[in-house]
Structure formats: structure tokens, C-alpha cells
Write a protein that binds this ligand. Structure first.
Ligand code: RIB
Length: 309
């Protein structure tokens, strides 16, 4: 097992609308669909689809949503042995609204994700000796994230943290355990306390996050590409122009492809390029796991980018 993803699993209930409603407003939707989601589940699915063995650790409720989620993860090759089923709660649900530009708002009812604790940590510790790379996100209790980060570092794993859903009160210790942090602009803004809206402010934010103890900072900037800062290098990765349909899970596709590249021995710069390709392809399709690229389409776009460089 090369990669382990630890975190949230949701069923996404998606309404497509012409524009996002403002506070207190009801907007009539155009279409509804449900899709497998949850940040950690999406990242694990992205990794499996790109052909790397991956195990997901998390929790679902004993309900139809949970069963659907497990089946769709298994269908793309994710090892789900580390997912516990809790008969006393419901599976995580995300209520998502997507507008005509592909922008979205998401509200989650965490359900079982909120109860991810010692039992899942035990599962995680069993698999860690075989893991090279660990991905964490914040859709589960922060105390559990911290326990998982400590365990991952005790086994010398390379630790990627997607700080989403973002919170500004991340424990200082967590920053010091993380090898790569991957906020988007909104998340980076909340972490540093000033607006991050392009390469200049991303550079300032990265420097701030380095001071918190993280060695490598990658800030994804949507249609402006991504900015990466490490101890050796800092660079801007230009965006790949695509027709945006739905931005849900673009960050998860980025993180998944980043992890696959690093697990395959690529440099950080190549890994950011792989992440950018994953994110670009994910926004061209609807839904979370349903939008994740196949290995063929991924390598086709990656090769095209290499020819353009
Ligand atoms: O990153 C996208 C995911 O965020 C969705 O699939 C939804 O479940 C929320 O957790």
C-alpha cells in the first residue's frame, strides 16, 4: 500500500442553479443529482483512478447512503477495509449548490465523520508500516487529525494536509508535522488572516505559513494556477485553460494527482504540474468523484502540457 487517505466521506446532494442564492433568498434550481463525495473519499478515488494502490480510513453510518459510498469507492479500486460502519449515526451528507459558472457553496452535515476517533486511528496504525504517503483533511475532528499526523510522522510517512474545511485555529503542532500543505485561496486567506487573491499575496501567505513550521506550501489559485514555495524553490504553475462546468472536488483531484506524482518519485515541481492537470480535468465534469479523471485522459493532458512547455 503506497498511499493512505484519512478523513471524510459524504454523499453529495447537488442542485444546479443559474446563480448562487444570497442570504434569505430561494433560487429555483435547474437539476438535482446525488454523487459520491467527501474530501478524503474524493482524494482516495482520484489516486485509485490514476493507478496507485490506496486505502481510505474513515467512518460511515449504517444506511443506504453509506452503502452507496462504499460501493462507488470499491468500483474505482479504493481499498475500503479501514472504513468503519457506525449503526448509531448517519453517513455524512453535503448539500451543494453549483451555479452556471461552475462556482459552488457547500454545507456539510458531518454525521459519522464527526465520530472518527480511536477506532479509526487503530486501523490507520495497522496500515502505516506499508504507507509511503499520507493525506489528511479537516472533515473529521481536529483532535483525530492531530493524532493521525503524529502517527504518520512516527512512521516517517510523507504527510500532505489539505486544510479544508478550513479553520483558523489549527494546532501549532500540526503545522510542524506536515510536509506539504495545500490550501486554496479562500483557505489560505483564513489561515493567514489577510486576503490571498493571486500570486503576490500567495507568496506572502506561503512565507507566513513557512514561519508556522510547514516546509512546502502549495496554494491553489483556481483560474490563476497554483503557487508553490519550498525551502529550495518557489514557482508559479500556470493554469490550464479548460471549459469550467463544476468546480466541486477540483482541490481533491489536485491533491490526489499530487500524491500520485510524489508516490511515483516525481519532483515537487512535477507533482504540482500533475495536480494542476488533475484539477483542470475535474472542473470539466459534474459532481465530485464522477468528475475525477481517468488515467488515460490524465496522461493525455499531461503529455499535451509537456509538448507546450
Ligand atoms: O471537496 C469537495 C467535497 O467537499 C464534496 O464532495 C463534499 O462532500 C465536501 O466535503
Amino acid at each position: 500500500m503506497t498511499v493512505v487517505v484519512f478523513g471524510s466521506i459524504n454523499l453529495d446532494l447537488v442542485v444546479e442553479v443559474p446563480r448562487l442564492p444570497v442570504k434569505g433568498e430561494t433560487v429555483i434550481g435547474k437539476r438535482f443529482f446525488s454523487a459520491a463525495g467527501g474530501k478524503a473519499a474524493n482524494q482516495a478515488a482520484a489516486i485509485a483512478k490514476l493507478g496507485i494502490p490506496v486505502r481510505l480510513i474513515g467512518q460511515i453510518g449504517q444506511d443506504n447512503f453509506g452503502q452507496t459510498l462504499i460501493e462507488s469507492l470499491q468500483a474505482v479500486g479504493v481499498n475500503t477495509d479501514g472504513i468503519t460502519v457506525n449503526p448509531h449515526t448517519y453517513s455524512g451528507v453535503a448539500s451543494i449548490v453549483v451555479d452556471d459558472t461552475g462556482a459552488n457553496t457547500i454545507a456539510c452535515a458531518a454525521g459519522a465523520n464527526n465520530l472518527v476517533r480511536e477506532k479509526e486511528i487503530e486501523q490507520f496504525k495497522i496500515i502505516l508500516p506499508q504507507a509511503k504517503i499520507v493525506l489528511l483533511e479537516l472533515g473529521i475532528p481536529i483532535a483525530t487529525v492531530l493524532m493521525a499526523a503524529r502517527a504518520a510522522k512516527a512512521h516517517d510517512c510523507f504527510l500532505i494536509l489539505d486544510p479544508a474545511p478550513v479553520r483558523s485555529d489549527l494546532p501549532e503542532e500540526l503545522y510542524s508535522l506536515v510536509d506539504v500543505i495545500t490550501p486554496n485561496e479562500v483557505e489560505a486567506s483564513q489561515l493567514v488572516g489577510f486576503t490571498v487573491d493571486g500570486v503576490t499575496t500567495a507568496r506572502q501567505a506561503a512565507s507566513f505559513i513557512h514561519q508556522m513550521g510547514v516546509k512546502n506550501v502549495i496554494i491553489t489559485l483556481g483560474e490563476q494556477g497554483a503557487f508553490c514555495s519550498s525551502e529550495e524553490d518557489s514557482f508559479w504553475m500556470k493554469p490550464i485553460p479548460v471549459s469550467v462546468v463544476d468546480t466541486v472536488a477540483a482541490g481533491d483531484a489536485f491533491n490526489g494527482a499530487l500524491a500520485v506524482a510524489l508516490a511515483s518519485g516525481k519532483s515537487l515541481k512535477e507533482a504540482v504540474q500533475w495536480g494542476t492537470v488533475g484539477g483542470a480535468l475535474a472542473v470539466t465534469k459534474n459532481g465530485a468523484q464522477s468528475s475525477l479523471p481517468s488515467k488515460d485522459s490524465f496522461h493525455q493532458l499531461l503529455n499535451q502540457q509537456a509538448l507546450l512547455a
